[in-house]
Ligand binder design. Structure first.
Ligand code: TEU
Ligand code: CA
Length: 546
């Protein structure tokens, strides 16, 4: 179909900024050390002040918490740890009063092994729920094949009652759902429609590219029936309301992204893909095998996604989420230039086309953490440590990988103020607070226009004021420059220019666009004396009529 600009323009989520909350680490209202829904409600004014349009809420449904809620045992109830269904309804309505929508995290690739469906499924091969999961015959000790789970160990687990193995791409407690079964799909659609009725504003779909697996051919993501399933899912649920839907897709290419996010609305609103975020590892190896960021490659990847999806799809813009290390520690500088580099990264990202995501604490420039081994909580981290130790890695090597890439870097409690436990809880937090909270916290930044918070707040406002943020066509400048990330966004009557120094030293920039850049919308230093010199991590964003 031809690209239809009318469909394109009037989607609310094209000018929106989405804020991700990891509930257990955001705000604790009852002193048990774990964040909860009432905690979030108590902080809605903060989010309204920041200016965001929607909250992506990591899973709050009932769960044994083997993978912090990404193992759901009841999709239509709230985990008591987070509150009740009434609290959830209150959150939706309180957020609504502030023009903030709630985006639920749907985990549809797998359920918990404690879900009613699985408890039934494992009873016998004849059980009506048996086929809701992915089973293969075999003998105990003889696995169907050598596939591995993301969190370590084989992807197969033996169940003596049925004399079969079930397939799990993640932990043993996260059995994969069998999307080939139409009754399962129907149950999922009914559940989603029930949430839509409750007034949620959209859904984030966990590892959605992995639902159409074919383990016999060792296919996990991008299975043959994936887009067929997605179109059915969308038709039966999302298309009935004005929702935003975002698909987590590690395996998406730009070509696939155009299917997921086709402006005809047949699948999802946008993709959430990771090509840019996987660059600092040894190619072909795991994220733990650290390598320096290839800066030119980063520019190539961003540039290609901007170009390929223009008018044909829609992307998410992000540096962080609950699985990723903190960007200021990763590709910025969390020492001397923490504030400057956090702002530079924000300006660089928010000027592009797509929907920006802010992960809790990113707007404060929160950093990575270095825990002692016993302070880590994440299942992936703990399994990795054991696995690598057995493989003969030294403890030091493993710890270096964890400091850089453990998912717990993102999961330290939100730093609200310089009081005890950073104002996150009055009890003892489920995971240790980053000791730098006295210096880095919301209270000290909210009233300071020069803070990282102030920078994010302004970027969000700009996106609403200037249509070029949603519509402008992207063009990368200085493609081969090793220090500078610069681009323009151009629409009929205006042009945005973004120029960033990605490094901690002064660099000269020669760019004809800087001869007449227009008005400075935002920057991370006082106005330049010499516009052709960029200080450490300097970033500027200009706008002019054309
Ligand atoms: O993540 C998908 C996923 O593949 C990650 O586990 C990723 O491989 C890992 O973080 C990189 O080391 C989603 C959720 O975002 C994650 O929190 C869940 O653990 C996972 O799915 C399973 O539901
Ligand atoms: Ca609590």
């Amino acid at each position: 179909m031809e690209y239809n600009n009318e469909i394109n323009r009037y989607k609310w989520w094209k000018t929106a900024v989405i804020y991700q909350i990891y509930p257990r680490s955001f705000a604790d209202s009852n002193g048990d050390g774990i964040g909860d829904l009432q905690g979030i409600i108590s902080r809605l004014d903060y989010l309204e002040n920041l200016g965001i349009d929607a909250i992506w809420l990591s899973p709050v449904c009932r769960s044994p918490q083997d993978d912090n809620g990404y193992d759901i045992s009841d999709y239509q109830d709230i985990d008591p740890m987070f509150g009740t269904l009434e609290d959830m309804e209150e959150l939706i309505s309180e957020a609504g009063k502030r023009r903030i929508r709630i985006i639920m995290d749907l985990v549809l690739n797998h359920s918990s092994d404690e879900h009613f469906w699985f408890r039934e499924a494992r009873k016998s091969r004849e059980n009506p729920y048996h086929d809701y999961y992915v089973w293969r015959d075999g003998a105990e000790g003889e696995l169907p094949n050598d596939m591995r789970a993301v969190f370590g160990g084989p992807a197969w687990e033996w169940v003596p009652e049925v004399g079969q193995y079930y397939f799990h791409q993640f932990s043993v407690k996260q059995p994969d759902l069998n999307w080939e079964n139409p009754r399962l799909r129907r149950e999922i659609y009914d559940m989603i429609n029930w949430w839509i009725e409750k007034g949620v504003g959209g859904f984030r779909l966990d590892v959605i590219d992995q639902i159409a697996k074919d383990p016999d051919r060792k296919i996990t993501n991008n299975g043959p029936r994936l887009h067929e399933f997605l179109r059915e899912l969308s038709r039966e649920t999302f298309q009935k309301a004005d929702l935003v839907t975002v698909g987590e897709a590690w395996g998406a290419t730009t070509e696939l992204a155009k299917l997921y996010s086709n402006p005809d609305n047949s699948e999802l609103s946008m993709v959430f893909q990771f090509e840019h975020i996987c660059l600092d590892q040894i190619p072909g190896k795991e994220k733990w095998d650290l390598a320096p960021l290839p800066f030119l490659k980063l520019k190539e990847v961003f540039g290609r996604w901007q170009k390929e999806l223009y008018g044909k799809g829609w992307n998410s813009l992000f540096w962080n989420n609950h699985d990723l290390p903190r960007i200021v520690s990763r590709w910025g500088n969390d020492g001397e230039y923490r504030v400057e580099s956090a702002k530079m990264l924000a300006i660089l990202l928010h000027g592009m086309q797509g929907t920006p995501y802010i992960y809790q604490g990113e707007e404060l420039g929160m950093t990575n953490v270095r825990y002692a081994l016993e302070e880590y909580r994440d299942i992936e981290t703990l399994n990795l440590y054991k696995e690598r130790l057995e493989k003969g890695y030294s403890q030091e090597e493993i710890m270096e990988s964890l400091y850089a890439k453990s998912r717990d870097n993102a999961r330290t409690p939100m730093q609200w103020n310089d009081g005890e436990n950073a104002g996150f809880t009055e009890g003892s937090p489920w995971i240790r607070v980053n000791p730098n909270y006295r210096e880095i916290n919301a209270a000290s930044q909210m009233t300071d226009g020069e803070s990282v918070f102030g920078c994010y707040q302004r970027l969000i406002r700009l996106r609403k004021e200037y249509s070029v943020f949603a519509d402008g066509e992207f063009k990368m400048l200085l493609e081969d420059d090793e220090d500078i990330f610069a681009y323009t966004r151009t629409e009929a009557f205006s042009r945005l220019l973004v120029v960033c120094n990605f490094h901690d030293r002064e660099v000269k920039v020669s760019l004809k666009e800087l001869d007449d850049p227009g008005k400075l919308l935002i920057a991370n230093y006082q106005e330049a004396e010499q516009p052709t010199v960029l200080r450490a991590y300097e970033a500027r964003m200009y706008w002019k009529e054309r």
